[in-house]
Design a binder for this molecule. Sequence first.
Ligand code: ATP
Ligand code: MG
Length: 571
Amino acid sequence: MADTERTAQNFIEEFVEEDLASGRFDHVRTRFPPEPNGYLHIGHVKALCIDFGIAQKYGGKCNLRFDDTNPAKEDTVFVEGIQRDIEWLGFKWDKLHFASDFFPRLYEIAKDLIRKGLAYVDDQSPEEMRKNRGTLTAPGVDSPYRNRSVEENLDLFERMKNGEFPDGSRVLRAKIDMSSPNVLMRDPTIYRIKRCHHHRTGDEWCIYPMYDFQHPIQDAIEGVTHSLCSLEYEIHRPLYDWMVHNAGGFDQPPRQIEFARLNLTRTLLSKRYLRYMVENHIVSGWDDPRMPTLVAMRRRGYPAEAVKDFLVRVGVAKADSVVDGALLEACVRDALGDSAPRGMAVLKPLKLTLSNWEEGKVDVITMENHPDHPEMGTREVRFTKHLFIEQDDFMLEPVKKFFRLAPGKEVRLKGAYIIKCEDVVLDENGNVTEVLCSVDLSSRSGSEGADRKVKGTLHWISELDAVKAEVRLYEPLILDEDQAAEAPEEASEEEEENTSAPKGFSAKINPDSLVTLTGCMVEPVIAASSAGDRFQFLRQGYFCKDQDSTPEKPVFNRIVPLKDSWAKQKQ
Ligand code: ATP
Ligand code: MG
């Protein structure tokens, strides 16, 4: 894929080059900083491509760092899942860090801020603090505890750490400016008391650092040069710089640069929303193939290179935008077109019997596994008197331009013979249960008589080859086109605690996002494949064997349909 090699300059590269030219930095180090409170989604891939891409382009390194400072919703399964996902994409991190490994150091830095008169313990209740923070138009009001002595602050902070005070009764705040026009600069909380078991540090700590304190300082400790993050952190940048500057001791403070979040039509890209759907059983799990997570995409059958190719095509923009989900599907088709072997599957079978073919006679037909890749070999399928075709490929009263099978009409069965519909069998409701055809015995593909052209070619499967399978068809989870554009709001602390719908979650769930077809028929090689194997089912799309498969019941996920010209005309 030549596109992945694209080297067009984006604005982040321009900043980095400026920094290298001015001598602000003589090397590049980036980091990818997920919070292990869920699995990665395709939005994170944008951040990953940028973090790893910039490091690679300038001969630098990229760390993987878990910002694990909110123990309530974090878990080791997410830590492990995130690493697996990044490896699947093929990115190789340099150092692996956990913010929690730095809790002692962060605690010392907080004490230094106190000693410098730049932090204080506040006893106000959360409500008082909220009220006194002011608004966008009104300045905040100083806390009555703002001018405590250094000694008192050090003593109280140590006692917060020692567990002498109840949760939420006191916080440590940075002393910045209660009348700053940037509300985030109005003495932000940097430590809170929270008795909560941490997945790595257990019950060692009952105070935890806040993101706006931990994140910048951690970047500085790791020697990150460029801290790349999504646009919602732009207003945090003055705070980021304040923290690094006042913590002191860093000769090359990192530079934060923001880029636009990836938004996709009819897709929610926020871990909190995705988590809500998992916890409320709207989906079967983080790996439900309808989810925009990497675990789900992998299970559904998306190739890693298609996902990365998509991000290359989206590019690195500074401004927010919503990308059409169809582009991702196009990337998946492009990646699979060349690599997925072809096969035949009938999703909604309709019996077809050939009147002039002897009972028991078998014609073994050799089919190529890929039209453009002879090296992918061939396979044999059997042609017999009793076959199955797709229900949708037959119409009793054909409409105009329907070039498939209908009474009196001829079609070719792919790779085999031309057949003509002579009669049908109807059930008591008038539905077609069987199609009776004659076969032109001189029309076998590849034979001398094969030149005769007919308009339609259908896929088919012989009753001797048909293995029963389940096929799952997916559509977007969300009905509303606008949903994706709604930026997720930041979670409040209370919200972290409960599982009700997160603020801003108003998604209308698509009731038809999963259609399960149980009576499908697939070729034996397809049925016998391993979970994760991908095929193009002729005329249908790309499919991947699902992990739910058993020897008795193979299950296939539709990764993406082929573009269906007939379905388009019908609309
Ligand atoms: P939540 O969705 O719960 O707010 P998050 O998606 O921001 O969480 P983090 O673990 O904080 O998840 O994100 C790790 C990195 O991924 C951050 O640097 C963040 O900027 C980036 N990121 C997250 N979502 C997107 C997105 N949709 N597009 C681009 N980057 C993203
Ligand atoms: Mg976040």
